[in-house]
Design a protein. Structure first.
Length: 342
C-alpha cells in the first residue's frame, strides 16, 4: 500500500471517528490516458476537505460539489464515469480521450477500515472486497499474485506491502537503500549474519535476519514481486545469496561491485548449478550509471534501476556504457597496432 493510500485510510478513520460524514471514491476503470491508476482512492469530508486523488483535481472538485449539494447520500455505493465526451474530458482536466470510472462509497464502515489499518501495520497483505449492490465489505488475507479486480459489482482492492526488497548486508550503503525503499513503499528485509553488523539495522520498519543468506532467501519464499540486492562486497556472502536469488522468480537481482569484480563473479557463478540465462539475469555492477559517488547517491542509482525493472523499462545506460567500453578497447588496440608498425 503506498503512502498516499495510507494517508487516505488514516484520514477516513479520523473523520469517521469524529462523527464527520466521509465519502470514499476509488478508481475502478480507466480508458485511454488517465491521471491515476485503478485502485487509487480519495476521502472527502463533509466540509470539502480531501485526502488522496483520483484525477488531476477537477474530478475532485466535482465530487466535493456533489457531496455539498447532497447528491452522494445513502448506504449503497454508486458508479460515476468522467470524461465520456471530449467536452467532459476538457472540463474535468482529463487528457484527450481519457476516461475514469469511480466507485463512490457514501457510508464506509469505520470498524472495517480500522481493522484494515491494523492489518497493514502488521504487514499483512489484505484484500478488501466490496459488494457495490449492498455496500458491505469484508477483509481477507491476500497473496502477492493477486491484483485489483472489478466486474461491475464486486470490487477487490489490494492493500499492504505487495512489493518486497531483500538486501544482503547491513552496512552504510544498505541503510540508505533500505530507507529509500521504505519511502517507495517496499517491505524491506535485511540479511546479515556477521557479528560486527548485529546492531546495524535499527529502523523497526525493517525486518533484520541474521541467518545465512542462502537459507534466508529460501525461507522467505521469493516471488515475482521481490527484488534482491547483494551489498556486502564479500563474495562468501553475496555469492551464497545470488546462487539462490538467480534461480528464484525475483523480478530483480543485483550485486555491488566494479565491472571487473562483476565479471569475476559471473565466472564464479558459472562453476555452480546455474544456467547461462540465470547468470545473465544478474544486474552487476548494481545501479544505473549516473556517476554516483557517495553512498546516498549510489542508493539513488540502485533504487532507480530496481524501479525500472519493476515496470519493465529498458535499462539503456548500461548498454551505452558497454558500447563505450568496447569502442575504447578497439581504439586502444588500434593505437597499439600502429605503434608496433612504426
Amino acid at each position: 500500500m503506498d503512502s498516499t493510500d495510507l494517508s487516505v485510510l488514516n484520514a477516513a478513520i479520523e473523520w469517521l471517528g469524529a462523527g464527520r460524514r466521509t465519502v470514499l471514491a476509488t478508481v475502478v476503470e480507466t480508458w485511454g490516458s488517465s491521471p491515476r491508476p485503478v485502485g487509487a482512492w480519495l476521502a472527502i469530508r463533509d466540509d470539502g476537505q480531501v485526502v488522496g486523488s483520483v484525477s488531476g483535481g477537477c474530478v475532485e472538485d466535482d465530487l466535493i460539489a456533489r457531496l455539498r449539494s447532497g447528491e452522494l447520500t445513502g448506504d449503497v455505493p454508486e458508479l460515476l464515469t468522467y470524461g465520456v465526451t471530449r467536452e467532459q474530458a476538457a472540463r474535468f482536466g482529463l487528457p484527450c480521450g481519457g476516461r475514469v470510472r469511480l466507485v463512490i462509497e457514501p457510508a464506509p464502515e469505520a470498524g472495517l477500515l480500522e481493522e484494515l489499518r491494523t492489518r497493514i501495520h502488521h504487514k499483512r497483505l489484505t484484500v478488501r472486497e466490496l459488494d457495490t449492490c449492498s455496500g458491505r465489505s469484508v477483509l481477507r488475507d491476500a497473496t502477492r499474485g493477486e491484483t485489483f479486480f472489478f466486474d461491475g459489482r464486486i470490487m477487490r482492492t489490494l492493500y499492504g506491502p505487495r512489493w518486497r526488497l531483500i538486501v544482503i548486508g547491513a552496512g552504510q550503503l544498505s541503510q540508505y537503500v533500505c530507507e529509500m525503499a521504505l519511502a517507495a513503499d517496499y517491505e524491506v528485509v535485511v540479511i546479515d549474519p556477521r557479528e560486527e553488523f548485529a546492531e546495524g539495522v535499527t529502523n523497526p520498519a525493517i525486518t533484520f535476519r541474521r541467518d545465512m543468506p542462502d537459507d534466508a532467501i529460501l525461507d522467505l519464499a521469493v516471488d515475482t514481486h521481490t527484488a534482491i540486492v547483494a551489498l556486502t562486497h564479500d563474495p562468501k556472502l553475496d555469492d551464497l545469496a545470488l546462487l539462490e536469488a538467480l534461480k528464484s522468480p525475483a523480478f530483480y537481482v543485483g550485486a555491488l561491485g566494479s565491472r571487473t569484480n562483476s565479471a569475476k563473479r559471473r565466472e564464479r557463478l558459472a562453476l555452480f548449478d546455474l544456467t547461462a540465462e540465470e547468470i545473465d539475469r544478474l544486474h552487476g555492477p548494481v545501479g544505473l550509471f549516473i556517476g554516483a559517488r557517495s553512498p546516498a547517491e549510489m542508493a539513488v542509482s540502485i533504487l532507480a534501476e530496481i524501479t525500472a525493472a519493476k515496470y519493465g523499462v529498458p535499462i539503456v545506460q548500461k548498454r551505452a556504457l558497454a558500447e563505450r567500453d568496447r569502442a575504447e578497447r578497439h581504439t586502444l588496440l588500434d593505437r597499439m597496432s600502429t605503434a608496433c608498425r612504426t
